[in-house]
Design a protein around this ligand. Structure first.
Ligand SMILES: [Zn+2]
Length: 116
C-alpha cells in the first residue's frame, strides 16, 4: 500500500503515485523549498558571522591567535566556504574573503583570500 507523502492518506489507483492530488503535491514541494531556503539562510548567517569575526580581528591588527579565542568570539569552525593548500602542505580555511591557517592544534594565523 502507498500513502500520500503530504497528508498520509492511502493512495488509490496507479501504484507510482506519490500524492492524492495536485494540492498535496504542491504543498509538499513548497514545504521542501521552505526547509531548503531556511537551511541556506542559517548556513549563510553562520558563514557571514565567521567572516565578520575574522575581518574585525584582521582590521584590529591581529595576525596570530588561539583557536579558543576565536571560538570564544563566536566563530564556528565547522563552517567555511572553501579551502586551499599552501606549498608546505598547510591548509587554508576561508569564510568568503577571510581565512586562517592552523599552525598546530591550538594556534592559528589569519589570512585573506586573494584571487590569482
Ligand atoms: Zn494527500
Amino acid at each position: 500500500m502507498e500513502y500520500c507523502l503530504n497528508c498520509g492518506l492511502q493512495l488509490r489507483g496507479r501504484t507510482d503515485k506519490k500524492f492524492c492530488n495536485d494540492h498535496c503535491r504542491s504543498h509538499h514541494n513548497n514545504e521542501l523549498n521552505r526547509n531548503y531556503n531556511a537551511a541556506l539562510k542559517e548556513i549563510n548567517s553562520i558563514l557571514k558571522r565567521n567572516a565578520g569575526i575574522l575581518k574585525k580581528l584582521s582590521e584590529n591588527g591581529v595576525t596570530k591567535l588561539s583557536r579558543a579565542m576565536l571560538s570564544a568570539a563566536g566563530f564556528d569552525f565547522n563552517f567555511f566556504t572553501h579551502q586551499a593548500h599552501g606549498a608546505k602542505g598547510e591548509v587554508y580555511h576561508y569564510c568568503y574573503g577571510y581565512g586562517y591557517i592552523l599552525v598546530n592544534d591550538e594556534e592559528l594565523i589569519l589570512t585573506t583570500f586573494e584571487n590569482e
